[in-house]
Design a protein around this ligand. Structure first.
Ligand SMILES: *Cc1c(COP(=O)(O)O)cnc(C)c1O
Length: 463
């Protein structure tokens, strides 16, 4: 196993964490309806629920908070953010939003006419919700390998150009609002898209007169994986690859809570004057004036600094190395994990971990619950619960049934990762005794956030 290079930072401020006793974890899990989203943070030891807004800011970001300009309109902080985004991503227009789904909302409302399609490389929960809220229909055009947790291809996030072309032929380009490329693909295990594939997708769309949009929540991680895996870009600076990715698309919706080391924020960026005007106008309605978009001046400042930090190679290199380290440790423990490892998380294959459970036993939801009960580590389901129901009310059954162990940026050390791998390894050795779950409460929208469950005792120990 590779050793991990030391963290490229030292710790200036600490926040205590505590492993609550096993009996208490059992009680807390029951109170939370076996949904890790409903646990209280104080009862969690190592929190790998998400990397969204859970990042540690740098000394320079904390310092920037103090110069936040809290003017309602036209603040200096917005000017600094706009300049940073123009420099780093290369787009002309920037519309700030409170977080990524705010940007998705403005984009979907601006560009989707009811009944139009959006084709993309696998759905993302909030993205598809906003597409559907605007009257659109999502069509998946990702490569087949993305659905196979065992396939070891370097770019499992790629758009399948054949699928996309056949889809455009079938419905006609005028029925397609835009093609959305997620880089990397969160729901497929954080798998990246190659620049070659992005360029070819953009060229095909341009020929057919269809716009292309990037979901850029973790675009820097995608750029770093291109640098590691794509021959033509080997060793190039991540900053340069990121700009080249952005050159391929007409617009980008970004959750700044990921790459940019902040705790809240998002934005829509584009060169398209019409989209900018529409998004700025909708921003006033749903987010706030178009120069703050639901954020405080200090948030804009921290984000402006974070956007410049995120493309510094040493940070992103260490992040990818941390994810790979945790993945290799779990693999060595015999835990089934999705390979190759992505940029933000290690994904455990819950179907392979709990082969005695049926899809209706919600294996990934159950595994996330049993991981918390066993060791106080909080993870997240990415399977049948996250996928929700289709327009006829039937459960969508995704090919992947995963538990995501997500690493917040600059928060945990190697000893934390060793604990996680060791404990999940021990749980795996007693997997046969772990039961499934069933719904007792199922909310209408994005059900995974607020659903409640209970164990299915009848199936305990079933073959
Ligand atoms: C997090 C995320 C979003 C939504 O962003 P929020 O800031 O959570 O609203 C959209 N797309 C992807 C790929 C994400 O990971």
């Amino acid at each position: 196993m590779k050793t991990l290079l030391p963290e490229p930072y030292k710790i200036k401020m600490i926040e205590p964490i505590r492993l609550v006793p096993a009996v208490e974890r059992k009680a807390r899990l029951k109170e939370a309806g076996w949904n890790t989203f409903l646990l209280n943070s104080r009862d969690v030891y190592i929190d790998l629920l998400t990397d969204s807004g859970t990042n540690a800011m740098s000394d320079m970001q904390w310092a920037a908070l103090m110069v936040g300009d809290e003017a309602y309109a036209g603040s200096r902080s917005f000017e600094r953010l706009e300049a940073a985004i123009r420099d780093v991503y290369g787009f002309k227009h920037v519309v700030p939003t409170h977080q990524g789904r705010g940007a998705e909302h403005l984009l979907s409302k601006s560009w989707i006419k009811p009944g139009q399609y959006v084709a993309g490389n696998m759905y993302f929960t909030t993205t598809r919700a906003h597409i559907e809220l605007a009257g659109g229909i999502f069509e998946d055009v990702i490569v087949d390998e993305a659905h196979d947790p065992r396939a070891e291809a370097p770019f499992k996030g790629n758009v399948d150009l054949g699928k996309l072309e056949r889809f455009l032929d079938r419905v006609g380009p005028q029925k397609v609002a835009y093609v959305a490329i997620g880089c990397p693909v969160n729901m497929a295990g954080g798998q990246p898209v190659s620049l070659e594939n992005m360029t070819a997708t953009a060229a095909l769309c341009r020929r057919r007169g269809v716009r292309v949009v990037m979901d850029g929540a973790r675009a820097v991680e995608n750029a770093a994986m291109i640098r590691a895996r794509e021959a033509a870009w080997k060793g190039r600076p991540v900053a340069e690859i990121l700009k080249e990715m952005c050159r391929q698309v007409d617009a980008m919706a970004v959750s700044a809570k990921k790459d940019a080391y902040v705790n809240i924020g998002g934005f829509l960026a584009t060169d398209d004057d019409g989209l900018c005007e529409s998004a700025q106008n909708l921003c006033v309605l749903f987010e706030g004036l178009h120069t703050y978009g639901g954020l405080a001046g200090r948030d804009l400042e921290a984000l402006a600094v974070g956007v410049r930090e995120m493309v510094q190679d040493e940070w992103i290199e260490h992040r990818l190395a941390q994810v790979a380290y945790l993945g290799e440790r779990l693999d060595a423990e015999g835990v089934p994990v999705v390979k190759p490892f992505g940029g933000h998380a290690v994904f455990v294959d819950a179907r392979a971990f709990l082969p005695h459970l049926e899809s209706d036993d919600l294996p990934a939801q159950a595994l996330a619950a049993w991981i918390y009960e066993a060791c106080g580590v909080r993870a997240m389901e990415r399977g049948v619960v996250s996928a929700g129901r289709d327009d006829r009310g039937r459960n969508r059954r995704p090919s992947l049934e995963l538990v995501r162990l997500t690493l917040p940026r600059r928060v945990y050390t190697q000893t934390h990762l060793d604990y996680v791998a060791r404990e999940i390894g021990a749980l795996h050795r007693r997997r046969a005794e772990l039961p499934g779950l069933r719904f007792v409460k199922e909310p209408k929208h994005l059900r995974f956030f607020q659903a409640r469950f209970e164990p299915v005792p009848a199936r305990v120990g079933a073959a």
